[in-house]
Design a protein around this ligand. Structure first.
Ligand code: BES
Ligand code: MN
Ligand code: ZN
Length: 492
């Protein structure tokens, strides 16, 4: 879908669908009133009849039957948007494209209110619109058609330069390309999306000025003594990989950030086997890796003035004959030993290696993304990711970037009260808590490997995968985290 900015006279514009965002107070005022007059009172009558109150996420579609040049008018509810940041505009853009698709509109115009013709609003509307168009249809033999418009025009009322607004729309397209790459990687079936597939995809998509991808095979992983990754991989017939990406900006970078993604390409639980129902969506277990690859893929074009490392340990977690066993002990690079009590707590085992490597690079901060615990879903549901951090400023910045991105992060404590839960009789620590604070004990486990580097852990087990269609994302991989991280990096 193309996105264009154009000066638009809404009552005269020839287009298949004219989308008009309205707040709860805006009904019956301004443009809505003028449209109603043009439509001889039919618009307000329909608003009354349908009970449309401009609640956020709702819309009202009206056919104009020749009373106007536009074929349809769509009122897009913003709710009481005064309190909100850009996310309400993202949802509005997505809703407009969705409704345009329902009437097979080849082109739609989204009218930007005169006081909202800013970069933030244009960026958010464009982003929402583009996010809505994502589909994963490569395995469908038919029924691939959608009514998606070919062009979405963002309608301005003022003339004059729109260069900054055009840049904002371009930036939105770039961010969405990172999100869609992450979604594709998650949605790909697990027997295709293996560790070597992820590596090839990283190589193919992470190109451009300043960006380098290195892929370590099993031999190199052994040489580097990545004991956690090797332990989890023991039960698999697929070789593990460790993907090491590095982006260096042109000038002297202000900061260095390390991003680490959990890349379990399928989580059967290993010998601590999951029940069948819990395995159905376990191709999602590399969503952290997918988000990191998605972010890295857009850095050459986004060109933030930050050095960014992207680290992805990847393997599947299967119970073949050589599989690691409950009771086994792993010795890590930083000297710590871990007793594996449950082979289904495998994410933290492979992340530990990557955190130790990342910490050695002495970055200003490091952030890992992982579909780590079912317990985090119990705590926060599917809309919010758990955020754990040893650094209040980093945590605060992430929450803010998440809010702007429409990706909710909720901080949970690295509560020392539960540190005892991961003590082992045999080794320094064990890989499960045993108590009920599962998301917290997993985070406490990771903390053992971060030294004193400012660090944040995002447990994205809930929001990484949509169980049902949403306006900004169809059922399946969501690409959660990509836009939050891009916000963070571009603001550094
Ligand atoms: N990949 C799972 C966590 C998960 C569960 C992600 C559901 C998305 C949806 C992780 O490897 C896992 O199995 N965690 C266990 C930990 C337990 C054994 C301590 C869990 O949450 O049950
Ligand atoms: Mn698991
Ligand atoms: Zn897992």
């Amino acid at each position: 879908m193309d996105i264009k900015l154009r000066e638009i006279a809404p009552l005269r514009v020839q287009t298949a669908l004219l989308a008009v965002p309205v707040t709860d107070k805006g009904l019956g005022e301004g443009l809505v009133r003028r449209l109603d007059r043009q439509l001889k009172g039919k618009l307000n009558a329909l608003v009354k009849r349908s009970g449309f109150t401009a609640r956020r996420g709702t819309s009202l579609l009206v056919a104009t039957h020749g009373a106007m040049a536009a074929g349809h008018v769509l009122l897009v509810g913003l709710g009481k948007h005064e309190e909100d940041g850009p996310h309400v505009w993202r949802v509005a853009g997505a809703g407009a494209v969705k409704e345009a698709g329902r009437v097979w509109a080849d082109e739609a115009v989204f009218m930007l209110p005169p006081d909202q013709q800013t970069e933030a609003v244009v960026g958010a509307v464009a982003e929402g619109a583009l996010l809505n168009t994502y589909r994963f249809t490569k395995y469908r033999s038919n029924d691939k058609r959608t009514g998606q418009p070919r062009t979405l025009v963002l309608g301005r009322t003022a003339s004059g330069s729109s260069a900054a607004l055009t840049r904002a729309a371009k930036r939105a397209r770039l961010a969405v390309s990172g999100v869609c790459l992450a979604r594709d990687l998650v949605n790909e079936p697990p027997s295709t999306a293996t560790a070597s597939y992820l590596s090839e995809q990283a190589r193919a998509h992470c190109r451009g000025e300043g960006l380098k991808v290195e892929v370590w095979g099993k031999r190199k992983i052994e040489q580097m003594k990545l004991a956690g990754l090797l332990a989890v991989n023991q039960g698999s017939r697929e070789e593990p990989r460790f993907i090491y990406m590095r982006y260096k900006p042109k000038g002297r970078p202000q900061k260095k950030v390390a991003l680490i993604g959990k890349g379990i390409t399928f989580d059967s639980g290993g010998l601590s086997l999951k029940p069948a129902r819990s395995m159905e969506t376990m191709k999602l277990d590399m969503a952290g890796a997918a988000a990191v690859i998605g972010v890295m893929s857009v850095l050459p074009e986004l060109a933030p003035n930050v050095e960014v490392l992207g680290l992805v340990p990847t393997t599947d977690n299967l119970p073949d004959g050589g599989a690691q066993k409950p009771g086994d002990v792993i010795r890590y690079l930083n000297g710590k030993t871990v007793e594996v009590m449950n082979t289904d707590a495998e994410g933290r085992l492979i992340l530990a290696d990557a955190l130790v490597l990342a910490a050695r690079e002495k970055p200003d901060c490091m952030i890992n993304l992982a579909t780590l615990t079912g317990a985090c879903i119990v705590a926060l549901g599917n809309e919010l990711a758990g955020l754990f951090s040893n650094d209040a400023e980093l945590a605060g910045r992430l929450v803010e970037c998440g809010r702007d991105a429409g990706e909710g992060l909720w901080q949970l404590p690295l509560a020392a009260e539960y540190r005892e839960d991961i003590k082992s009789h045999v080794a320094d620590i064990k890989n499960v808590g045993g108590g009920s604070a599962g998301a917290i004990t997993a985070a406490l486990f990771l903390q053992e490997f971060v030294s004193d580097v400012p660090w944040a852990h995002l447990d994205i087990a809930g929001p990484a995968f949509a169980g049902k269609d949403q306006v900004t994302c169809p059922k399946g991989g969501t690409g959660f985290g990509v836009r939050t991280l891009l916000n963070l990096l571009s603001g550094m």
